[in-house]
Design a protein around this ligand. Structure first.
Ligand code: SIN
Length: 331
């Protein structure tokens, strides 16, 4: 019987990490083993699937930058265009896994499943969760029901939308959650169960950007002033995400400053810091009148990715707002 062909793309992270002793699970070096070596620790992978492995980068995900996403995008597109490949699995560090998954979800237009997977415990620890997560990710990538769902994240037996998922714990193997949307499915012993019909967000009409615009995040707190925002503008920011208080509230003292930024050519989005919930378009802020984006339930680092992609593709504020509104409807 022909085995399903899967493209496995390695980027590093804890799933490829090595400890000094097997009893150690939080003090280790990520990105120490090649993906090929990690695959060899799970013999069932090659028994079940026709596996091709590429490794465009090898780093801890706290070192991942938007420039790395361009290399990853190219590697993913190569697999997308290979008619023999039915699914794609990207191994990644967990610290910025949700950012890379969001980037791919919003920039790769394909019906083929793309599954991003990591591990909370290094490969050489007694408690390593990478082998099971990798097998689960391949089960999902090979599953016909995974088609048309955009980029998914598989961790600890749960399947999440790449858009909604976030890392919620620093060390637990049950670190990933989609607080508002919930998991889209589960996988156990290679059996995949879906909780929702397939749906995916509209992607940007991808053109590889020559460079990324600068988009920063300014976090609000009691007593915050304009210092950080002014520094970002001075550094050349084309966009700033205002991670506001509560329902993305802006301290009164610097509201006028934020509202003046779009007139200086700096796009601003209002979203909530650290908490979940859909930020509403409060009339008190008159966001649309000031050219300020409202990002609903997207957290600051994901809003930043939408702005990076939108600005890099020549979209203006209203076009990015319209895209956000569509993303929120369909993801
Ligand atoms: C990293 O993000 O590369 C380190 C942490 C991890 O993968 O869990």
């Amino acid at each position: 019987m022909t085995k399903p062909r899967l493209a496995l793309i390695g980027t590093g992270g804890t799933i490829a990490g090595a400890t000094s002793a097997a009893s150690v699970s939080t003090d280790y070096q990520p990105a120490s083993l090649s993906l090929a070596a990690v695959v060899d620790t799970v013999p069932e992978l090659r028994q079940r699937y026709d596996i091709e492995v590429t490794q465009p980068m090898q780093l801890a995900s706290y070192d991942v930058r938007p420039e790395h996403w361009l290399d990853l995008h190219a590697a993913v597109m190569k697999a997308v265009h290979n008619p023999d490949v039915v699914g794609i699995v990207v191994t990644h560090g967990t610290d910025t896994l949700e950012e890379t998954a969001t980037f791919l979800h919003l920039s790769v237009d394909t019906h083929k499943p793309i599954v991003v997977v990591g591990a909370m415990r290094p490969a050489t620890a007694y408690s390593a969760d990478g082998p099971a997560n990798l097998l689960d990710a391949c089960s999902v990538a090979a599953c016909p029901g995974a088609q048309g769902r955009g980029t998914l994240v598989v961790m600890n037996g749960r399947i999440h939308s790449g858009l909604w998922v976030g890392k919620r714990h620093v060390s637990s193997v049950e670190a990933f959650d989609s607080p508002l949307a919930g998991a889209v499915g589960e996988v156990a012993d290679q059996a995949v169960q879906w909780f929702r019909a397939a749906a995916r967000a509209p992607t940007v009409a991808w053109q590889t950007p020559a460079s990324w615009p600068r988009v920063d995040i300014a976090v609000a707190y009691a007593g915050v002033d304009e210092t950080a925002m002014r520094a970002f503008v001075a550094a050349g920011a084309q966009g700033i995400v205002h991670a506001g208080l509560g329902n993305a509230n802006t301290p009164t003292a610097y509201r006028a400053f934020i509202q003046s930024l779009p007139t200086q050519g700096v796009l601003v989005a209002r979203c909530a810091r650290f908490i979940t919930g859909s930020v509403t378009r409060a009339s008190v802020y008159a966001d649309a009148q000031h050219g300020i984006l409202t990002a609903g339930p997207l957290p600051p680092h994901k809003v930043r990715i939408v702005m990076l992609l939108g600005l890099a593709h020549g979209m203006d504020g209203p076009a990015i707002q319209a895209w956000i509104d569509q993303i929120l409807l369909t993801a």
